[in-house]
Design a protein around this ligand. Structure first.
Ligand SMILES: C[S@@+](CC[C@H](N)C(=O)[O-])C[C@H]1O[C@@H](n2cnc3c(N)ncnc32)[C@H](O)[C@@H]1O
Length: 267
């Protein structure tokens, strides 16, 4: 099971959707108190930036929130229409809606159960969640000012279709704000995909060290959550997925086998 989780983004394409459906249903089942509202590896500043001011219990999710903040904080989202593709448990959508005040924020995910959970759990003005797949977005052309995508694109069955679809639903001056893990040997193809879908790259940042530092600081919380919520048989797999210290996922980030990048792409 751990091996499947470790390689979840490289599984044969037909298996990816069912795996995500199972994953979300399992989380809904074991996390009845809704303690896990993020599924990303987090981000920590390395250059002494002032600490992000967080309110209302958001401190618990500081590192996962900081990843979202890193992705969007140069953009002016206030009063804008924003779509997030792969919104997962909705924590990032809630953070951006509450702190950046877009006019509307739609979180979209392939998992019906995570969408039902999010629509029930979050009550924030302008925030809603909708089921859909990244490769065929259920929206009209030229609809959004920004599309946000955090740690999700890597597991799509057709990443080029995703980029083309985001380009289609963005307004003419719209932007895709994206962060994900990438093997160094895949960077060239990733850039080729961006170019093929006609995006202009305005910023690219290797944030691998920020992610490793966040994992180190957040590992104890992640382990505790898994040890208290997940059944014993699934704990090892969940810890690998969560990148806690000592897992192959953490080691791969720490030794550079796997990198983590963020991009700002303009239509
Ligand atoms: C690692 S999780 C990240 C979730 C969230 N962005 C976060 O940072 O907490 C990846 C998410 O992408 C979703 N996903 C996977 N394939 C998808 C697809 N083809 N279309 C839309 N969402 C997809 C999964 O269901 C999952 O919620």
């Amino acid at each position: 099971m751990s091996r499947i989780v470790e390689k979840y983004a490289e599984l044969p394409k037909p298996l990816r959707k069912p795996l995500w459906q199972w994953w979300h249903r399992t989380m809904n089942k074991y996390d009845s108190e809704n303690a896990a509202n993020f599924m990303n590896y987090g981000y920590e500043s390395l250059n002494g930036d002032p600490r992000l001011k967080l309110v209302n219990g958001d401190e618990t999710d500081r590192y996962c929130i900081q990843l979202y903040d890193h992705v969007v904080n140069r953009a002016d989202l206030k009063g804008k229409k924003v779509l997030e593709v792969g919104s997962g448990r909705g924590g990032g959508a809630s953070y951006i809606s509450r702190y950046f005040k877009p006019e509307s924020y739609i979180g979209m995910d392939i998992s019906e159960s995570s969408i039902a959970f999010c629509n029930n759990h979050y009550k924030v003005d302008g925030l809603s969640f909708k089921h859909g797949i990244a490769e065929k977005l259920p929206f009209e052309d030229n609809t959004f000012d920004f599309v946000v995508n955090v740690e999700s694109a890597r597991c799509y069955s057709d990443m080029q279709a995703f980029f083309n679809e985001v380009y289609r639903v963005l307004k003419d001056d719209g932007k895709l704000l994206i962060a994900d893990m990438i093997y160094p040997k895949e960077l060239e193809e990733f850039n080729a995909r961006i170019a093929r879908s006609k995006f202009r790259k305005q910023r690219e940042t290797n944030i691998s060290k920020n992610v490793v530092t966040a994992l180190e600081k957040d590992s104890e919380r992640r382990e505790h959550l898994i040890d208290t919520k997940a059944p014993k048989i699934l704990r090892k797999s969940f810890k690998t997925f969560a990148g806690t210290l000592g897992t192959s996922r953490y080691n791969n980030f720490a030794d550079g086998t796997f990198q983590y990048w963020s991009f700002e792409l303009a239509k």
